[in-house]
Design a binder for this molecule. Structure first.
Ligand SMILES: [Zn+2]
Length: 261
């Protein structure tokens, strides 16, 4: 696929659930001016290693520690001696390989232990400079990278779905709202999402997600004030369950949205 940014190398991988064929996820990786943003999952190692080999990498920055972003960090660390930056609060966790559930291992694969360095406030490359922004919500220790002169925002897993109906158990939608409000005041137009790729109308799309979540928060809080329990609110707002709920053995649910608003 051709993109309009000659200085940004974009890689796209695809993972289809072997036992649930229509269910498919994409992964996008970016190398900008020697900076690799996220490393992708180990189940796509064969495909992504060509990308890593064909571009010079001087630094690696991880938006967060999930295995689809950090799964190849240990492998890359063996091959290239460069700094791997990660949120300070995730550095100890990175030193140990987690015990992932079966569906995560099947889909994304292992996240072997690796050694990371504290994330700086600004990542300097030769031509560009990235402001590092704390953006909890999808994960409590999530970072986004902003090149304000170019108007680029590398958003990790902040965007992914504009109107989520089911989210991962560790996600916090109130924190997500605060992160999106913070970004809404910043200077960018193109968003580089880890699962949906580059979006020219990124600013507008992030705003749409913010408005959707604010609308939901209003509904949830007014029903709660009337004495409704979160489970009842969940059944009312999301009467149909998402296919993700079953595939992920309950790790994803709409109740995770309601209970964190
Ligand atoms: Zn994630």
């Amino acid at each position: 696929m051709k993109y309009n940014w000659p200085d940004i190398a974009v890689w796209r991988g695809m993972r289809e659930m072997p036992w649930n064929r229509p269910f498919m996820m994409k992964v996008y990786l970016y190398i900008v001016d020697g900076l690799l943003i996220d490393t992708g999952p180990s189940t796509l190692a064969r495909e992504s290693s060509d990308f890593f080999n064909s571009h010079p990498i001087q630094q690696v920055a991880l938006t967060h520690i999930h295995e689809d972003h950090a799964g190849m960090a240990a492998y890359l660390q063996e091959k290239i001696k460069v700094p791997f930056y990660l949120h300070d609060e995730s550095i100890a966790e990175a030193l140990v390989e987690p015990q992932l559930s079966a569906y995560r291992l099947n889909f994304w694969g292992r996240r072997p232990a690796f050694k990371a360095q504290p994330m700086p406030d600004v990542i300097k490359c030769s031509r560009y400079s990235f402001q590092v922004i704390d953006t909890p919500g999808h994960h409590p220790h999530h970072k986004a990278f902003l090149e304000s002169e170019q108007g680029w925002l590398f958003s990790g897993d902040l965007l992914v779905t504009i109107k989520p109906r089911s989210v991962f158990s560790g996600e916090n939608m109130s924190a997500m709202i605060s992160s999106l409000e913070k970004l809404d005041k910043m200077d960018f137009d193109t968003v580089f999402c880890s699962h949906t790729g580059p979006r020219n109308n990124g600013r507008q799309v992030l705003k749409e997600k913010l408005d959707y979540l604010l609308g939901l928060k209003d509904k949830v809080q007014s029903l709660r004030k009337q004495g409704w329990h979160d489970e009842e609110i969940d059944r009312y707002l999301f009467p149909e369950s998402s296919p993700l709920d079953n595939i992920t053995e309950g790790d994803f649910s709409s109740l995770n949205i309601v209970s964190t608003l």
